[in-house]
Design a protein around this ligand. Structure first.
Ligand code: ATR
Length: 485
């Protein structure tokens, strides 16, 4: 199983040792980035491995490779050969650097050389060949870290790793699109993943080791681990991993749920089976596109025109698309109505985008009289026509319409979402205080709109309830079990 390395980028040995102490339970080894260390700390380098109590990689990364070291091979040799009086396990040497004394010493002392290439612009043209030829001597570990910016890059990097012929190698995709390579190194042919806990991330995309271990189950992943996740762009802010991973763990499943920034969902669904992908949540901006591309879909996907879940069907060897947004919206509403003994007869939906479609569909399925009001009247009219319901703009006519359908008001626009939390989709709308108001935004939990409703005396349902409920539905589709956390 791949190891987890803590990259140490603090300016003093003391500060780095403090980070080790805090993160020891989560990592297998550490990398001392001496290009980040103050020069006056260099005298203490030989003692560091004993103090660390973990295998240590000694790294002095040059400027052209993303580090802070400005010297040449001779400076490198001078600093490293002094440090190597200590008991270091590995030395990372940039492939562009000539460091004969360090290499010699490593040979004599049995210290493993990591021969590395970093490319912050993308995957080098000849990356496969570069990786194959990287080790200068037998026993060296080749390391390639390159920036990846597309779904195609992610799978290309995987192929390069799979075809290198090396039994030990380190393959890393930097940047947001490379996050899966950091969370699933084994599946990208890499023996190691790096993380940072200190103030400066040692490379783009580093995650804290505690998060990798506790949330993303890094140390529990093996070849049998079932892979689930969420695709979107951007997607790293998603709260879904915090719902699904504890659920998978509580259900005793050998499975993990990770974020995949994706720009090409068709390619993703074609290739992710190679990594063992079994089920994915789909978020902005891929829900509509995926609804149109998966051959098999449930009826909610067709009715809403949007797919937020795809599950691999082993028997038929194909992806099946589902939409759990509608059920996720309806669950908390039904819960509220049951508890409060309140019958919802009329509902007004603010907004006419993708979220509104799922909400209108769910309300009509539940036979609740529904109307839609929206800033752009054509969009309201279009959505209303599909479902045969009344519509209006966000104006006087809209207010009258809403008052006639106002057992429930559902806010489906993105106005008021973090970071623009001041936003209010309909600032001059006044609540009577009798409406039940349901907000689809979950960050913040109380938007300006929902807070106004609450202050007017309305009962409210917050967006986190909908998020949770749609995830519960997904969890059942993914695992056949109930989400129990
Ligand atoms: P989603 O798929 O998340 O619902 P969307 O399709 O972009 O997102 O829909 C956004 C909805 O928010 C639309 O109804 C949009 O109104 P328009 O049809 O007039 O664009 C609504 N919206 C966006 N910004 C708004 C604003 N400042 N005030 C009111 N409504 C707004």
């Amino acid at each position: 199983m791949a190891g987890l390395c803590l990259s140490l980028t603090e300016a003093t040995i003391e500060e780095n040792l403090r980070l080790i102490k805090k993160n020891k339970p989560f990592v297998d080894l550490c990398e001392l980035r001496i290009d980040y260390l103050k020069e006056e700390e260099h005298g203490a380098l030989p003692l560091f491995p004993e103090q660390a109590g973990l295998p240590v990689i000694l790294t002095l990364r040059g400027r052209d490779q993303g580090g802070l070291f400005e010297g040449d091979g001779r400076d490198f040799d001078r600093i490293c050969t002094r440090a190597l009086r200590g008991n270091y396990s590995y030395v990372d040497i940039d492939s562009t650097l000539d460091a004969p004394e360090t290499e010699n010493l490593c040979g004599k002392r049995g210290i493993t050389i990591i021969r590395s290439v970093h490319d912050f612009t993308g995957i080098p043209e000849n990356c496969g060949e570069l990786l194959r030829r990287l080790p200068k001597h037998s026993g060296e570990i080749p390391k390639i870290a390159c920036m990846i910016a597309t779904t195609a890059d992610l799978f290309r990097l995987r192929r390069i790793g799979a075809e290198s012929g090396h039994s030990r190698q380190i393959i890393i995709g930097m940047g947001d699109f490379g996050i899966p390579t950091r969370l699933l190194p084994d599946r990208f042919g890499s023996m190691l993943s790096y993380s940072t806990a200190g103030t400066a991330a040692a490379a783009p995309g580093h995650l804290p080791p505690e998060k990798m271990t506790n949330l993303f189950r890094f140390r529990e992943i093996d070849p049998e681990t079932k892979l689930f996740g969420i695709i979107g762009n951007p997607v790293l802010h998603s709260k879904s991993p915090e719902i699904h991973n504890p659920g998978l763990k509580a259900a005793g499943l050998n499975a993990v749920y990770i974020p995949f920034p994706v720009d090409d969902p068709e390619l993703f669904f074609t290739r992710i089976r190679d990594l063992g992908g079994r089920g994915f949540s789909i978020t902005v901006p891929h829900k509509v596109r995926t609804a149109g591309t998966l051959a098999r879909r449930d009826k909610a996907v067709d009715a809403i025109g949007s797919c937020n879940t795809a599950v691999w069907n082993d028997r038929d060897r194909e992806w099946i698309g589902y939409n759990t947004d509608a059920a996720g919206f309806y669950g908390p509403l039904k819960g509220y109505a049951d508890v409060h003994g309140r019958k919802i007869q009329g509902a007004a939906v603010i907004g006419a985008g993708g979220a509104a479609r799922a909400v209108v569909y769910a309300l009509r399925q539940a036979e609740i009289e529904t109307c839609v009001v929206n800033r752009t009247e054509e969009n309201a009219e279009k959505l209303a026509a599909e479902f045969g319901i009344p519509w209006a703009g966000l104006n006087g006519e809209g207010k009258e319409l809403v008052h006639r359908y106002s057992d429930l008001i559902v806010q489906t626009t993105s106005v008021g979402m973090t970071p623009d939390t001041e936003g209010d989709p309909w600032p001059d709308f006044r609540f009577s205080g009798d409406e039940l108001v349901y907000e689809c935004i979950y960050t913040p939990k109380y938007t300006t709109f929902l807070s106004r409703a609450k202050e007017s005396g309305c009962d409210v349902i917050t967006g986190d309830r909908m998020l949770r409920c749609q995830a519960e539905e997904q969890f059942i589709l993914f695992t056949g079990k109930r989400l129990n956390t």
